[in-house]
Ligand binder design. Structure first.
Ligand SMILES: [Zn+2]
Length: 59
């Protein structure tokens, strides 16, 4: 269901170095009140900083 997959490059502003792309390192599916959400773990290729964000499922 998720459009995200490990190894994918996404557009995301790095909080540390402000690079505007990140690489997906992990995708966690989560069920929230009958709606699926995704926790997207990403890593900045420039500085190596990790980040994650909760993305609501699409329907
Ligand atoms: Zn960075």
């Amino acid at each position: 269901m998720s459009q995200y997959h490990v190894g994918q490059t996404i557009q995301k502003r790095c909080r540390t170095c402000l690079h505007d792309e990140a690489k997906v390192i992990k995708v966690d599916r989560k069920d929230l009140n009958e709606k699926e959400a995704v926790i997207l773990w990403s890593q900045c290729p420039e500085c190596g900083s990790n980040d994650n964000e909760l993305i609501p499922g699409e329907d």
